[in-house]
Design a protein around this ligand. Structure first.
Ligand SMILES: [Fe+2]
Ligand SMILES: [Fe+2]
Length: 312
């Protein structure tokens, strides 16, 4: 760690220690919370026995959230020819997974609205990257039918959430990390280590635990750059998020904040993944993901509208 900290030659670099990061985060009174309903729904996402009725009942218990979800359901994104007037109907038409996805997406956008006037990290591009990653992670799982992991969309959506916290609580230092990543062409997590002595993976994992998210989801956030270090039972699903992260960056969807070339070909997790699956045509796979990315873009626009309203 010491070695990493002395690499940058710029004496003006602002640095703080990991201890300072944790002390500030743990004592902060205003760390965003997920609405109770979103928490319950995320838990339902990993319960194979959950019924349509249960999901509808929980979402309906938060009328403001239910209203936003219905607004998205009735938008051109889904293109239904008739009005969907209730969450129960939405759940029966779209299915539990889709409604869970919408609930989590709308909730996270409300918890971390764009910060106007801050010349910083482009949060819109960031969310586009996150949603793209979630959509691709889910599509990969469907395409390869591995373990039936229901939290892959949420894992992709939230994988970089630690960056938002770092930006929110350590704004200038986070800008410094972004700058180092771009100047030195190194991944953000390496630049963060130089500036903070910790990374967005750790900070995001801490927030996920605080939100009491399911363990698999916490693992997707905490280990997405190093799936081999994840607890063995979650390693495969973390691997899906890791691969989706690279595919999203390689497709140029949104921006995760860093400035390095991204290629699946040389990625150790991908090599292991491809070994298990046999030959996989990466170009074709990227092409197949385009639909998912388009869908993600549309969802981004809708969610942005709902979070703007929230701020009015
Ligand atoms: Fe990341
Ligand atoms: Fe990412």
């Amino acid at each position: 760690m010491e070695e990493v900290l002395v690499v940058s030659k710029d004496p003006s670099v602002r640095r703080i220690t990991a201890e300072e990061v944790w002390a500030k985060l743990k004592s902060a009174q205003d760390v965003p919370t997920l609405p109770k309903v979103a928490n319950k729904v995320v838990r339902m996402a990993v319960d194979p026995n959950v019924s349509l009725r249960e999901v509808a009942r929980v979402v309906e218990s938060d009328p403001a959230l239910a209203f936003k979800i219905l607004k998205v359901v009735n938008s051109a994104f889904y293109g239904f020819s008739r009005e969907i007037g209730s969450i129960s109907l939405a759940v029966s038409i779209l299915g539990t997974r889709e409604v869970i996805l919408l609930t989590l997406g709308v909730s996270v956008f409300s918890a971390f609205p764009p910060v106007p006037g801050k010349p910083s990290f482009d949060r819109e591009a960031f969310w586009r990257h996150s949603i793209g990653c979630g959509a691709i992670a889910r599509a990969l799982e469907e395409r390869f039918r591995k373990g039936g992991y229901d939290e892959l969309f949420s894992g992709g959506l939230l994988h970089d959430i630690g960056k938002v916290l770092l930006d929110q609580y350590f704004h200038f230092e986070f800008l410094e990390a972004l700058d180092i990543s771009w100047r030195e062409r190194i991944p953000m997590e390496e630049a963060e280590l130089k500036v903070f002595g910790t990374t967005h993976e750790e900070v995001g994992g801490w927030l996920a635990e605080r939100w009491q998210l399911p363990e698999g989801l916490v693992a997707c956030i905490r280990y997405h750059h190093r799936p081999f270090e994840a607890p063995p039972e979650y390693r495969e699903e973390v691997g899906f998020v890791h691969i989706a992260d690279i595919l999203t960056k390689a497709s140029g969807v949104g921006l995760g904040g860093d400035n390095v070339g991204f290629s699946l070909m040389h990625d150790a997790v991908w090599k292991k993944f491809a070994e298990d699956l046999g030959e996989v045509d990466i170009e074709r796979l990227t092409f197949e993901m385009e639909d998912e990315i388009e869908k993600a873009e549309a969802f981004m626009e809708l969610s942005k509208d709902t979070s703007k309203e929230e701020n009015c």
